[in-house]
Design a protein around this ligand. Structure first.
Ligand code: PEP
Length: 249
């Protein structure tokens, strides 16, 4: 059976004390969610959040990594560094990184490889802009993102990936994809995977939805046959909201 997952992307929010309080609140409030919960704080707070989470089943992720092992890349953070902080997941290719930091599918392909080499699970983000949906090319866009960034992997490597479908027009906007739109795209993604890697692998990959997912709409979204949980931005910054989303299966 596919893993249910709820990951919180805190983005560039919180200070150290707020990050610790948020993590403590989530650890204290989490009950027996069927989902794997993952907290993705900003880099400087990963160690403190790892410390809070270490006695729980909650995992810690990072929001990005560099594609190189180490070296003269001032200001960057390597996967090896993240491993040493207790990180098990890295968000790769969030639309904000694609947009503001010009990350390409080719660069993301390299990040995915270096994550897998270090036994880190990439949470690979894909999703179309509103104009692309309006021009009816959203399926092509998402297919290309997945093919160019992931299809160099062999079947064993690919089966370790988590995919997050995040329509860019839904991120931080308060506009959520309708259940029909989400299911249609998740089913399409699974079909694309199945055509390349076979049905067994496609059936086992967790595909998360992201984009204004909150405590009110999570239940409906997570009940969809091809939606296996969520990548949560804004609503992951409030303990009660994140816990309520985590219990929405
Ligand atoms: C995100 O940035 O991954 C995200 C889904 O944000 P939000 O939940 O705030 O739309």
């Amino acid at each position: 059976m596919r893993k249910k997952i709820v990951a919180g992307n805190w983005k560039m929010n919180t200070d150290l004390n707020q990050a610790i309080d948020l993590a403590k609140g989530i650890v204290a409030a989490q009950s027996n969610s069927v989902a794997q919960l993952i907290l993705c704080p900003p880099f400087p707070f990963i160690q403190a959040v790892s410390e809070v989470c270490k006695s729980s089943l909650i995992a810690v992720g990072a929001q990005n990594c560099n594609k190189n092992k180490n070296g003269a890349f001032t200001g960057e953070v390597s996967v090896q560094m993240l491993v040493s902080l207790g990180v098990n997941y890295v968000i790769v290719g969030h639309s904000e990184r694609r947009t503001y930091f010009n990350e390409t599918n080719q660069e993301l392909a390299e990040k995915v490889v270096i994550c897998l080499e270090q036994n880190i699970t990439p949470i690979f983000c894909c999703g179309e802009q509103l104009s692309e949906r309006n021009n009816n090319i959203h399926f092509n866009v998402v297919q290309t993102q997945i093919q160019e960034a992931l299809f160099q992997l062999n079947a064993e490597e690919f089966s370790k990936i988590i995919i997050a479908y995040e329509p860019v027009w839904a991120i931080g906007t308060g506009v959520t994809a309708t259940p029909a739109q989400a299911q249609e795209m998740h089913q399409f993604i699974r079909k694309v995977i199945s055509e390349n890697y076979g049905k067994a692998i496609a059936d086992n990959i967790s595909i998360l939805y992201g984009g204004s997912c909150n405590a009110s709409n999570a239940k409906e979204l997570f009940a969809l046959p091809d939606v296996d949980g969520g990548l949560i931005g804004g609503a992951s910054l409030k303990v009660t909201d994140f816990i309520s989303i985590s219990a929405s299966f």
